[in-house]
Design a protein around this ligand. Structure first.
Ligand code: GAP
Length: 477
């Protein structure tokens, strides 16, 4: 891990965004809790996604399906057979690794200048992976003399497969925690299509928890064992696969770019190793503090899932086309974004250490203002001469409309710093002039500029600076 990444993690904890789960017991690997400001930010990201998908697209319907599903769902979807990951343990440190990453990381670190050797090793690795030659991968690890970074030994187990779904204990049957929200959508295809009288092309969108028994889970919110997905399955005519795949690629990238986190932070990457359900796929990668990694996936799943569910459920999952009088199984274009990953992308690209006056620094979270968990803070300049009461009255009048903070516990400079650190776009200060002129000082987070406005303008100022409409207006569908 790097220093900046460590800083993000500690900032998240100190300012109430993210806490390690079961912190008092030393935590649990790759599971985190969201604090007050974390929930606020997360909910605002959800709102942006949900509105963009279901409110701006009249042909996309929302749903919220259960985490537990009939076990046959996972047989049909291929997750029981194919949702596996390779792993290897070091017997001395008891640490678990993905062998392909162990080799790739070793090569990246140790074989810098010999590109021929490097390519040869990676080629061999790919061949062994594609042909399931696990013993050969074990041999390659020995040949390269790869040691565990923790125990410093080469005492490795044999490489094996592990299924990434969590199985929960139940006396009568195996029950799994869902590893993707998508299957709840596929299983409700008929219900949604009929109850909403949907005509192809149409989509079903869902936000919900998923669970995966990740082997390498040491990257904070990036790879979790319990996480949230924002997925949309778009049902189309098979002949329109290419059109809709390109459409959703464009729309989803634009959704990210509208946030203004930095155009250069994103890269599209066409899938080379396809998941068992997809026929084409692309990742929207994001430059996290630990490198360019997958943020969102857009896949064509064709008729894979509906066909499999027809086969296993013995129920027809079809769409009737009036013109040709044919019942077809639609193709599906899927967009799948991890909410926690999105949260990390916003946080890591917005947290800045900035030089200000007198060689001092400030920590400021320059998140898009409509995502800020708190829209504005209201302070009395001093705790006397009725100023706290005026400030509190303003707070009480506006708190129904916006999430606000009323604070007086520190000096004004420290109050500003605290709001900077949690990303509050506006601070309003009530001072002696307020009593005479009904004006207050507004201070802007990003520029630190201040100006006086009338009390009556506070509401409009908050609306203008923080409204989600500003960004939704940019989305053309
Ligand atoms: N329904 C398709 C699907 O689940 P995926 O590429 O496995 O595809 C989609 O996952 C998205 O879910 C990823 O792009 C990522 O944002 C998020 N995601 C997947 N595994 C995750 C994990 N262990 N922790 C956090 N987010 C994860």
């Amino acid at each position: 891990m790097n220093k900046f990444f460590d800083f993000i993690i500690s900032h998240s904890k100190i300012y109430g965004f993210i806490y390690p789960s079961s912190d008092i017991y030393g935590g649990i690997n790759a599971v985190y809790d969201y604090g007050h400001y974390g929930v606020g930010l997360k909910n605002n990201i959800k709102k942006y996604w949900w509105k963009s998908m279901t409110q701006l697209h009249e042909n996309i319907i929302g749903i919220d399906t259960s985490i537990l599903m009939n076990t046959n769902v996972w047989v049909a979807s291929g997750h029981i057979k194919k949702f596996n990951e390779l792993f290897i343990d070091n017997k001395d440190s008891n640490k678990r690794y993905r062998p392909d990453l162990l080799i790739k990381n070793y090569v990246d670190k140790n074989i810098l200048n010999d590109s021929v050797r490097k390519n040869d090793i990676l080629k061999r690795l790919l061949y062994y992976l594609e042909n399931n030659k696990l013993l050969k991968i074990n041999k390659l690890i020995s040949e390269l003399n790869i040691k565990d970074e923790i125990s410093k030994t080469k005492n490795w187990t044999r490489i094996r497969f592990i299924n990434m779904m969590f199985k929960i204990y139940n006396e009568s049957e195996d029950i799994y925690l869902r590893p993707e929200t998508a299957q709840g959508i596929f299983c409700n295809f008929n219900n949604v299509q009929k109850s909403n009288r949907m005509k192809i092309p149409f989509g079903i969108a869902q936000i919900g928890k998923s669970f995966r028994n990740e082997i390498i889970a040491r990257q904070f919110l990036f790879r979790l064992r319990e996480f949230e997905q924002m997925e949309m399955q778009f049902f189309i005519l098979p002949k329109e696969e290419k059109i809709w795949y390109e459409y959703w690629k464009k729309i989803r990238l634009q959704w990210h770019l509208n946030l203004n986190l930095g155009k250069n932070l994103y890269k599209l990457y066409n899938h080379k190793n396809l998941a068992h359900y997809e026929s084409i796929g692309v990742d929207i990668k994001f430059n996290f503090p630990f490198g360019l990694k997958e943020l969102e996936g857009i896949h064509s799943r064709r008729d894979f899932d509906l066909k499999r569910h027809e086969l296993f459920s013995k129920k027809k999952l079809r769409y009737f086309i009036k013109d040709s009088k044919k019942n077809i199984i639609p193709y599906v274009i899927e967009t799948s974004l991890g909410l926690d990953r999105m949260f990390l992308a916003v946080l890591s690209s917005s947290l800045k250490k900035e030089k200000i006056k007198n060689n001092k620094f400030r920590i400021v979270l320059k998140i898009p203002t409509f995502l800020s968990p708190i829209k504005a803070a209201i302070f009395p300049l001093v705790k006397k001469n009725n100023l706290p009461k005026i400030a509190k009255d303003i707070f009480n009048n506006l708190k129904i409309k916006y999430p606000l903070i009323y604070d007086y516990k520190e000096s004004i400079g420290k109050l500003y710093r605290r709001q900077d650190a949690i990303g509050t776009p506006l601070c309003f200060t009530i001072d002696y002039n307020t009593i005479e002129t009904n004006t207050i000082t507004v201070r802007y987070r990003d520029t630190m500029k201040q100006k006086r406005i009338h009390i009556k303008e506070i509401c409009n100022t908050i609306e203008k600076v923080t409204s989600i409409e500003n960004i939704l207006n940019k989305i053309s569908v």
